[in-house]
Design a protein around this ligand. Structure first.
Ligand SMILES: *[C@@H]1O[C@H](CO)[C@@H](O)[C@H](O)[C@H]1NC(C)=O
Ligand SMILES: *[C@@H]1O[C@H](CO)[C@@H](O)[C@H](O)[C@H]1NC(C)=O
Length: 962
């Protein structure tokens, strides 16, 4: 839920300040001026003013050392004489890691912990060539060579003598080494700021910075290292506004450690299409940012966010993918500070005609994309993921940061949320509404009003006097409840959570060591320091059933506002000079804060069951690695058609960088959708990974049965389609969990050579089997569906009509249409007896949909386990079945002999699309006599339906069409 009150509160604060005679822009509604542009973020401005050209950085090749796991070499900035240490590693599986830090930092710089699942295994580097200005390195067992050039510093990665990627080729590397403040503070203040108010603010903000490294465990100052210190003079950036403090609106950022930003550029020859770096409400394919704003990564609670711009949103994953018809590669920039990404291209702005002319004349430049990363603090730590295919890049990235957690089955069902269901009776009514209208639903959600005065882990005793009875009622319906638990804690001496956190010293601190307080929903709040493992353990314990009173095993959790959102903070978040455990500034850890909240909550739900049950936690903020802890959603969207459309590129971008469990508020959070928009959103959501309707307090009620009947029917159809496909969804999630493959993917992942697919935002694939093109236009009479693939066939899942690829198909639609196509060559499992909730269906028989390819073949798989525990991991209690159709025979075999599962599930039907009429159909199954199956064949649609094979899903069997 949004900081809906934030603009109001901020507006009030602004009013007070304006009354003090300050000139400020007031913010009464959505306001871009609440958020920084690159120019207003001093390090971004400083870095962006560095133009391509000769880099001042030189690698001192005579300092090169080659160890078993890494090569190290000193880099010197020839202007400042600052010395850096470069560490280069070849990693197993076609990856390279580059780390750059100061050789002798005044104070240790932040290295992001807890994102990598392990130290990545290295591949040995050896020197295979050398001249006076360069060294050629070979990576063991890989096709890659790396050339390190001394002056100016540059790295080139080559595969078979062709250049794949260059580092610092444009000379845009920036590494602001730490230095002692040079100017007296008053000079700087008058240099930097004009108003008297600012001077006063800064007087206060500079006070605390006399001891730059206070606090428990602060990285030690190496005052002794003076002899090695670079010269301090002749440095322009020292004097630049914002280097030692900066203002944004009324907020001052004291920068006790001065400028510490880092930046580096990467050139990608042959690449014209880049993707990733969520979260932005923008097209899937990233745009060139030169001349405009760079893409920004800084977790923020943006009130009523706008579409199609590079502004930061709630989460950040600093991973970029590049794709062309020959290969894919990725860049993973492991830095949790505010980050900006600039993208430029040598073909941008050229017309297609111009490009063709270049091509015909044979002299055209090779297309090239350049990507420049800029972060406010930390070190340079970057992983180059060299593919060569997209699925290699997915595997590489998830080998570093982990794969999607396998969700409990229920969480793939439908979720009904609202800010807020008033009381227990309301919850019971809504629950009953689903049954009365024959609509499946798994979960009802409670937003912040359920707690006593927004004191999380408690209940408002007048509205929710008997939460356990309510949870019991839902359990009886085999449904769940999700309750919100936000990471801001009401400052209230009567509130146990606050009292304990304060006395244990577990809150984030201000720069002078007192508990940091901000404003959020409950009023004045403290922010638990989730970067501290002690805090996370404490938080996890709070989910024990005896600690979280009124909770039960069918209560799951939602973490909102974890960017963190601070209504009265700069850009609605925390002051950058606030202090975390270990003495780190909020500046260093900002983008990972939300991941830690998510992590601690998931840990809590696992612990409360003694490690048996899988958790479900939804988070708004996220970072690289958040996929290990649960689901995310796209935050506070709006009931508008463009917001419906943007859900596709937003969730696709997340899937590309490991986070498959993504969804958007069905219906739109703000404003009231008309019935058509709400219906189309139900249809869209049915085919996106996380399926939850949610709405703002000021909107009208919109449970599906409040729709006119002509809309309710199609909503029911959409929900039923979702539930029928649950075995397919569950199997896709298992694949994401095992191999890192995104559940929802852009078409180009499947058709890497088809340029038509490279910038599609209106359709997507689920696995490699279903192509979905939801209707997202008001009053639509038809949609243009692109069906890719030379020699591919696609079956409309409604009409079973067969279409050949590649083609753009005009498909007429009605209100009830969801254009979905099954690719010929695939087999999809369904549960066709849709019931009240997934839990009621989990032992139901399976129907297989076999879509035959032009070659007469098809294959698919099915994953099953108990749907909720870790027994699949700890006891190998699962089934992975492989289905193959070939030579008119459908075969079921085990795809993983380690797995075993006692299950009553059987196969009740097989539907074969694109089949001729057989004379007879025989079933052979282990230990059973051969039997004849009855069937129906439609000559018109070429659909063959085999009734009641009746075989157990765990058995090996084959069906023969004669
Ligand atoms: C590494 O790259 C080579 C050449 O591009 C490729 O053949 C190989 O499969 C890749 N290995 C891995 C583990 O990705
Ligand atoms: C590089 O050479 C290897 C071995 O000859 C080959 O397998 C690979 O496809 C080549 N890669 C490229 C990009 O040409």
């Amino acid at each position: 839920m949004a900081a809906a009150a934030a603009p109001r509160r901020r507006a009030r604060a602004d009013f007070v300040l304006a009354w003090l005679g300050l000139c400020l822009s007031t913010a009464w509604a959505v306001d871009r001026s609440n958020f920084k542009t690159c120019d207003q973020s001093s390090f971004c401005k400083r870095q962006r003013s560095v133009q391509p050209g000769s880099s001042p950085y030189r690698a001192l090749l005579d300092t090169l050392e080659l160890g078993p796991d890494a090569l190290t070499v000193h880099l010197v900035n020839e202007v400042t004489k600052a010395v850096l240490l470069l560490e280069l590693q070849g990693l197993q599986g076609n990856m390279t890691r580059i780390r750059i830090d100061e050789l002798k930092p005044l104070r240790a710089r932040y290295r992001v912990p807890d994102v990598l699942v392990a130290d990545p295994p290295t591949a040995r580097l050896s020197i295979s060539g050398r001249d006076e200005n360069s060294v050629e390195l070979t990576v063991a067992e890989g096709p890659y060579k790396i050339i390190l050039t001394g002056r100016p510093f540059r790295l080139d990665l080559l595969e078979n003598r062709s250049l794949v990627l260059s580092v610092n080729a444009r000379g845009l590397m920036v590494f602001e080494h730490q230095r002692l403040p040079r100017n007296s503070f008053s000079d700087k203040v008058s240099l930097t700021f004009g108003s008297i108010w600012d001077k006063i603010k800064n007087l206060f903000s500079r006070e605390g910075t006399k001891e730059p490294a206070e606090g428990d465990g602060t990285p030690e100052e190496e005052a002794a290292g003076k002899a090695d210190k670079p010269e301090e003079n002749s440095e322009k950036d020292d004097d630049e506004p914002g280097a030692w403090e900066e203002m944004f609106k009324t907020h001052s950022d004291s920068k006790p450690f001065g400028p510490t930003s880092v930046g580096l550029d990467f050139s990608l020859p042959g690449m014209e299409h880049v993707y990733g770096i969520p979260e932005h409400a923008d097209s899937l394919r990233l745009k060139v940012t030169e001349g405009g704003e760079p893409y920004r990564l800084y977790n923020l609670d943006v009130f009523q966010y706008e579409l199609y711009n590079p502004m930061a949103l709630y989460g950040s994953v600093p991973v970029l993918l590049a794709h062309n018809v020959h290969r894919d590669l990725g860049i993973f920039w492991l830095n949790a500070a505010e980050t900006w990404v600039d993208i430029s291209s040598n073909t941008a702005g050229k017309t297609l005609f111009g490009k063709m002319l270049d091509y015909l004349q044979g002299g055209g430049e090779t297309p090239q994309t350049d990507v420049r990363w800029m972060s406010e603090s930390g070190i340079i730590d970057v992983f180059l993921l060299l593919g060569p295919t997209a699925s290699d890049v997915f595997r590489q990235y998830t080998s570093l940061t982990g794969t999607q957690a396998l969700p409990p089955l229920f969480s793939l069902g439908y979720h009904q949320s609202r800010w807020n269901y008033r009381d227990e009776a309301d919850v019971i009514d809504v629950d009953q509404g689903f049954d009365n209208h024959d609509l499946p639903c798994d979960v009802i959600w409670l937003d912040i009003e359920h707690a006593d005065g927004k004191r999380y882990f408690t209940w408002d005793s007048s509205r929710f006097p008997q939460p356990l009875a309510m949870l019991g009622h839902l359990a009886g319906k085999r449904r769940k409840l999700v309750a919100i638990v936000d990471p801001h804690i009401k400052v209230d001496s009567g509130y146990r959570v606050h009292e304990e956190l304060r006395s244990l010293g577990l809150y984030v601190k201000t720069r002078d060591g007192s508990d940091y307080e901000g404003w959020c929903w409950p009023g004045s709040v403290g922010y638990p320091d989730f970067t501290n493992v002690k805090m996370r353990d404490w938080w996890a314990n709070m989910f024990n059933f005896d600690k979280y009173e009124g909770s039960a095993s069918n209560l799951y959790v939602w973490n909102d506002m974890n960017e963190p959102s601070v209504f009265n903070g700069p850009e609605v978040t925390m002051l950058k000079d606030a202090r975390h455990h270990g003495g780190w500034e909020h500046r260093d850890v900002h983008n990972i804060y939300g991941l830690y909240v998510h992590m601690a909550t998931a840990q809590g739900l696992i612990q409360r069951s003694g490690g048996v049950e899988r958790p479900f936690v939804l988070s708004r903020a996220f970072f690289a690695g958040s996929q290990r802890f649960g689901a995310v959603w796209t935050g506070d969207n709006t009931a508008e058609w463009d917001h419906l459309k943007i859900t596709i590129p937003m969730c696709l971008s997340l899937g590309l960088v490991g986070i498959s469990f993504c969804g958007a508020d069905v219906g739109g959070f703000f404003k009231n959708p008309d019935p058509e928009l709400l219906l189309r959103w139900y249809q869209m959501g049915a085919y996106q990974p996380f399926y939850r309707a949610h709405s703002h307090m000021d909107t009208g009620r919109r449970e599906p049965w409040l729709l006119p009947p002509e809309y309710l029917g199609p909503v029911r159809d959409a929900l039923r389609q979702r539930y029928a496909l649950l075995p397919f969804w569950y199997t896709l999630f298992y694949r994401a969990h095992r191999d890192g493959h995104p559940v929802m993917r852009p078409l180009w992942v499947q058709y890497p050579k088809d340029v038509t697919t490279f910038s599609q935002d209106d359709q997507f694939m689920l696995g490699d089997s279903l192509l979905v093109h939801p209707v997202a236009e008001p009053g639509a009479r038809g949609v243009q569906v692109y069906l890719p693939g030379q020699g591919e066939v696609w079956y409309d899942v409604q009409s079973y009509q067969k279409h050949h690829g590649p083609q753009t198909l005009y498909l007429p639609v009605t209100l009830s249409s969801i254009p979905v196509f099954q690719r010929g060559g695939t087999i999809i499992p369904r549960w066709e007896r849709v019931r009240r909730s997934s839990d009621c269906m989990k032992d139901d028989p399976i129907t297989l949909y076999v879509a035959i390819s032009p070659q007469g073949t098809a294959e698919g798989e099915l994953y099953l386990d108990d749907g909720h525990t870790f027994n699949y991991q700890t006891q190998n209690e699962y089934l992975l079945r492989k289905f193959t159709f070939s030579g008119n025979t459908l075969t079921s075999s085990s795809a993983d002999p380690r797995g075993h599962l006692e299950t009553p599930i059987w196969i009740e039907r097989v539907v074969i699309l694109g089949a001729g009429k057989p004379a007879s159909v025989l079933l052979r199954s282990e230990g059973l006599p051969e039997s004849v199956l009855t069937f129906q064949h439609s000559a018109e649609t070429s659909v063959l339906t085999l009734r009641k094979p009746g075989v157990r899903v765990s058995a090996d069997w084959s069906i023969h069409l004669r």
